[in-house]
Design a protein. Structure first.
Length: 256
């Protein structure tokens, strides 16, 4: 059926798109398939795709499709633990108690692009609870995480380091990216704009699983809504901007 539809529409999907769609138990409508294809092609053009280990578009048409790691379908499929709430075309929301997404990916053993002095993590927060100050993505020992503002209006982040870096913000909604570009160089971006740089030294890469809506699945459980998340090697500012634009276009395409 999909092959027939391709002929009818007069175009061919990217090989990476077809792999991702094949990993989905419920195939999306053609209009949604084209959104995935645009995302794949645009990230390749921007040279972002080959720099990522994980990419989850959580604002999907169903929860199983949201769990697919688009970079390597069939590997590091997200597992929803303790019933985070999924909403079609919205994403996953935690309960601030025990629920989160387990990526089944550990930096210290994966042998991926994310390494001690070159790493990026990110999450797009589309809905936020009243308090916050909980991790939307993270792993431990040594710490990597993004913990958007709570009552204190600070965002806390780490990238392979044992202590926090923080910055004052006015909102914790939006697209958050934390990166490390060297042994004593990190930065935090909000909606593709750098809002702080840090000099905290790196230690070692995390030895626990990377979690979404929690910090390594052991604490700082969030009740925010996350619509997309990713992990990879360090991205330059232009690549972060491209990633923001591409994920933003997918969000717009599903009505966000």
């Amino acid at each position: 059926m999909m092959a027939q539809r391709l002929v009818m529409e007069g175009c061919r999907l990217h090989t990476r798109t077809n792999r991702a769609l094949a990993a989905m138990n419920v195939r999306p409508k053609w209009s949604r398939a084209l959104l995935y294809d645009k995302l794949v092609r645009d990230l390749h053009r921007a040279n972002v795709w080959p720099r990522l280990d994980l990419l989850y578009v959580l604002c999907a048409h169903d929860n199983q499709a949201a769990s697919v790691n688009l970079i390597e379908p069939g590997r590091y499929t997200c597992v929803a633990l303790n019933s985070p709430t999924f909403a079609v075309d919205q994403g996953y929301t935690g309960d601030a108690a025990t629920s989160y997404l387990d990526t089944v990916w550990t930096a210290s053993t994966a042998g991926g692009r994310y390494v001690q002095n070159s790493g990026t993590i990110g999450a797009w927060v589309g809905g936020a609870a009243a308090d916050g100050d909980k991790a939307v993505i993270g792993a431990l020992t040594n710490g990597t995480m993004i913990r958007p503002a709570g009552l204190t209006s600070f965002v806390t982040y780490r990238v392979n380091q044992g202590t926090d870096d923080t910055v004052l913000v006015t909102s914790r909604l939006g697209h958050w990216t934390a990166r490390r570009t060297g042994g004593t160089a990190n930065a935090l971006f909000q909606d593709a704009t750098s809002i702080v740089t840090g000099t905290t030294a790196s230690a070692t890469i995390p030895t626990t699983i990377m979690s979404i809506l929690a910090w390594a699945g052991t604490g700082s459980f969030s009740d925010d809504q996350v619509q997309a998340a990713y992990v990879g090697r360090s991205l330059v500012a232009a690549e972060i901007s491209s990633l923001h634009t591409v994920i933003g276009a997918f969000r717009t395409g599903v009505g966000l």
